[in-house]
Design a protein around this ligand. Structure first.
Ligand SMILES: Nc1ncnc2c1ncn2[C@@H]1O[C@H](COP(=O)(O)OP(=O)(O)OP(=O)(O)O)[C@@H](O)[C@H]1O
Length: 202
């Protein structure tokens, strides 16, 4: 599987990366993965809504076909700026969120990108199936394929150490709260690592 994404540095430079992933200074990127229908897009949309104007964000779906209104391989960014702490250190803090499948996770594990790995999981196969059916984006055939892939994905996800954070997306708001906690931790750790200003971390 091909991994395509664009790194945007705080000074506004862009670097397009395909296949080979380079080490990056700044906040650790966040990898979000989980079976189709687990709720990755829903959670990311909430993030964008809540942080409109503060966070831009984004995703790269590398294996599925684009749904209407989406571009294939589109990469969004979680861009955090305008926050007091960040302004205070006169830096834009930028977190890249990569929404990728299990194969992508395995590929990234072989690089030195050093992201935080977040797994979004459905509460059960039954609920996953219901959500995918209700979404009405799949034919019966692609639905069956996704459910099969989801089973495999959910098994692999149990591998110890594969993910740093596992979020069960049962109640959406609770899952969203957990995602924000994980992202906040990334921001705080990058501030402390890069700026050594513990007074800004409260
Ligand atoms: N916590 C939740 N409770 C109920 N329904 C949910 C919840 N989270 C997501 N959904 C619904 O489940 C469906 C699948 O969610 P979503 O499209 O976000 O999954 P996804 O992981 O992005 O899937 P894909 O990888 O196929 O893009 C959507 O219709 C969404 O509205």
């Amino acid at each position: 599987m091909k991994v395509n994404f664009v790194l945007r540095f705080s000074e506004g430079r862009f670097l397009s990366v395909s296949g080979v992933i380079l080490a990056m200074a700044g906040p650790r990127p966040v990898v979000m993965s989980g079976p189709s229908g687990a709720g990755k897009s829903t959670l990311l949309k909430k993030l964008l809504n809540e942080f409109d104007g503060v966070f831009g964000f984004s995703v790269s779906h590398t294996t599925r076909n684009p749904r209407p209104g989406e571009e294939n391989g589109k990469v969004f960014w979680l861009i955090s700026d305008n926050k007091a702490a960040v302004q205070a250190v006169q830096a834009k803090n930028l977190i890249c969120i990569l929404d990728i499948d299990m194969q992508g996770v395995k590929n990234i594990k072989r690089t030195d990108l050093n992201p935080i790995y977040v797994s979004i999981q459905p509460p059960s196969m039954e609920i996953l199936e219901k959500r995918l059916r209700d979404r009405k984006t799949e034919s019966e055939e692609s639905l069956q394929k996704r459910l099969h892939a989801a089973k495999v994905d959910m098994e692999i996800s149990k591998e110890p150490g594969l993910f740093d954070v596992v979020i069960i997306n049962d109640d959406l708001n609770i899952a969203y709260g957990k995602l924000k906690d994980a992202l906040l931790e990334v921001r705080l750790s990058s501030l402390s690592v890069h700026h050594k200003r513990p007074d800004l971390l409260n």
